[in-house]
Design a protein around this ligand. Structure first.
Ligand SMILES: Cc1cc2nc3c(=O)[nH]c(=O)nc-3n(C[C@H](O)[C@H](O)[C@H](O)COP(=O)(O)OP(=O)(O)OC[C@H]3O[C@@H](n4cnc5c(N)ncnc54)[C@H](O)[C@@H]3O)c2cc1C
Length: 502
């Protein structure tokens, strides 16, 4: 999908916010660099800076006209909402350390999110269902005690109860290969019906497109990350800061919980990192071919320009790397991983309300729906704790795919009319400030990576293997952490690999 005007304006604003990062950031020295890093997201930048600190010369090639990759802040909208990576939490040690190194302040949003909260409204089939009525509601498909849970908590409860192993951090250990089955098969084997799975997992899905294309081991990996972060990540990004297990707003901030963001917008971190590079960072360099030998590599871009180095670090998501010609091809399993690793579809609409219509209808501005609106998260980045600066509509999975097919204009109209249908008080008050489809974005072609059933067993160990002088990083190559922390984990690992091989 071509960038629409709003996005173009947002990108231009970002570009001007990083004044000084014109296409060539630093005057280069002569000769080929030691390393070419493809991609100026968190993992590529972390690798580039670490390699430079260790005496290597680095050239960074970035396809977009901005840094940050899947960390992307809308600096021109009220409150600077995030289109990509939005939350860090307790176990994000590398992110927190990087913020300190680059003089970026981490703000703990937990007090703000846990005070003055009104939770989120549940809408099923276009009808608002007060949470107190949900357990007895005719559209509630769940059984027994789980009928008391709102749909967004049902899956978590099933996994907590039935996950067949407890040391979730070892999700990739071959001894658990037997559990590399679909979440759908797993839930069915524990008595779940299709109706339960559809509402409790597939609707506003967090991994995969449906429960059939995500591995239970992927879920174990995500559950591990949620546990070590004390629920902080999902408390914000999946349930609008209502209590994860019950859906009822909790009384106060759970002790010691960090729900963090970088002050002024998360993209400030990659911008600060890019400014520290000694070598060149070239924008608008879409890599189309990589040739590797045992002693060096050549990278070619869509404009026909080629660059040579002793090593190449590739941080591109596999969803985009699969469109790059690699010569010679990587070994068969790595090639298969590049071609087939799953990515979740997510499309976001950033809405600005002319006035707080939620004060008129007395409901929370945040919603969880089984319709086109998906989840609506009120962004509270104003001067006071309860000021709502914008509303983010998160469409995921099949819903995102459907909206993408309509295109940004028609789908925006649908989103606004659906919003007004569910919330008549919002009529005439909503403006779409930005739309972003991560699937249609040619430099991500999806959101975060997903292991599909069988892929952990067959492909995981091959994903990050160096291929001659080509090395791999990016969140999809991490094993211990997820999201932005995974990007840093992988940048750290790949730097050590390159240095050890130099
Ligand atoms: C909607 C959304 C919400 C998220 N929420 C969270 C969250 O709350 N917490 C969290 O921890 N994480 C979250 N994440 C995930 C997090 O943002 C990513 O895991 C992380 O930023 C990935 O970094 P990366 O360096 O691996 O990849 P990227 O940031 O994707 O970097 C790869 C770079 O490669 C470039 N590139 C791609 N193709 C080419 C090409 N052909 N030529 C040249 N360059 C190319 C891209 O432009 C990009 O800059 C979220 C992501 C999204 C999209």
């Amino acid at each position: 999908m071509p960038m629409n005007r709003r996005e173009f304006v947002a990108s231009t604003a970002v570009s001007s916010a990083i004044a000084g990062l014109s296409p060539i950031v630093h005057a280069s020295g002569s000769g080929d660099p030691d390393v070419i890093v493809i991609g100026a997201g968190l993992s590529g930048l972390e690798a580039a800076l670490t390699l430079e600190e260790n005496g290597l010369s680095v050239l960074v090639l970035e396809g977009r006209n901005r840094v940050g990759g899947r960390v992307y802040t809308l600096f021109d909208l009220p409150g600077h909402p995030e289109v990509g990576g939005n939350t860090i939490a307790n176990a994000y040690g590398r992110c927190i350390a990087a913020a300190a190194r680059h003089n970026i302040e981490v703000v703990n949003l937990a007090p703000r999110l846990f005070s003055n909260r009104s939770g989120q409204e549940l809408f099923i089939g276009g009808e608002r269902v007060p949470l107190k009525d949900w357990a007895m509601h005719p559209k509630n498909p769940f059984a027994g005690e789980l009928r008391k849970l709102p749909p967004w908590s049902w899956g978590d409860a099933m996994f907590r109860q039935h996950m067949p192993f407890r040391d979730l951090e070892n999700w990739h250990d071959p001894k658990y290969a037997q559990y590399d089955i679909s979440v759908h098969d797993f839930l069915t084997s524990h008595g779940a019906t299709d109706a339960m799975i559809q509402l409790g997992f597939d609707t506003n899905i967090a991994y995969g497109t449906t429960s059939r294309d995500v591995s239970l081991l992927q879920q174990a990996y995500a559950d591990h990350w949620m546990a070590v972060n004390r629920g902080g990540v999902s408390a914000f990004s999946r349930t609008g800061a209502s209590n994860v297990s019950t859906g009822v707003p909790a009384a106060g901030v759970p002790p010691g919980v960090l729900i963090g963001a970088f002050k002024g917008g998360n993209q400030k971190l990659p911008i600060a990192m890019a400014k520290k590079l000694k070598g060149d960072l070239l924008f608008n360099r879409r890599v189309t071919a990589i040739e590797v030998t045992d002693t060096g590599a050549k990278v070619t871009c869509s404009d026909g320009r080629s660059y040579k180095a002793k090593s190449v670090v590739c941080s591109m998501p596999f969803s985009t790397l699969r469109h790059v010609a690699i010569d010679p091809l990587p070994e068969p399993l790595q090639y298969k991983a590049i071609q087939s690793l799953g990515y979740i579809p997510i499309t976001q609409y950033h809405l600005i309300a002319k006035r707080p219509f939620w004060l008129d209808d007395g409901l929370s501005p945040s919603m969880w729906t089984d319709g086109p609106l998906g989840m609506v998260l009120a962004q509270k980045f104003g001067k006071t704790d309860d000021e709502v600066t914008s509303l983010t509509v998160w469409a995921r999975g099949l819903n995102a795919q459907y909206l993408d097919r309509l295109g940004p204009e028609e789908s925006s109209r649908l989103i606004v009319s659906e919003f007004e249908r569910l919330r008549p008080a919002a009529k005439g008050l909503l403006r779409v400030g930005a739309v972003h489809s991560w699937s249609a974005d040619p430099f991500s072609a999806g959101d975060w990576a997903i292991f599909q059933p069988g892929q952990v067993r067959e492909l995981r160990a091959s994903i990050a293997k160096p291929h001659k002088r080509l090395f791999f990083c990016g969140e999809h190559t991490a094993v211990g952490s997820r999201g932005m922390e995974a990007a840093f984990e992988s940048g750290e690992r790949v730097s050590l690999e390159v240095l050890a091989s130099a």
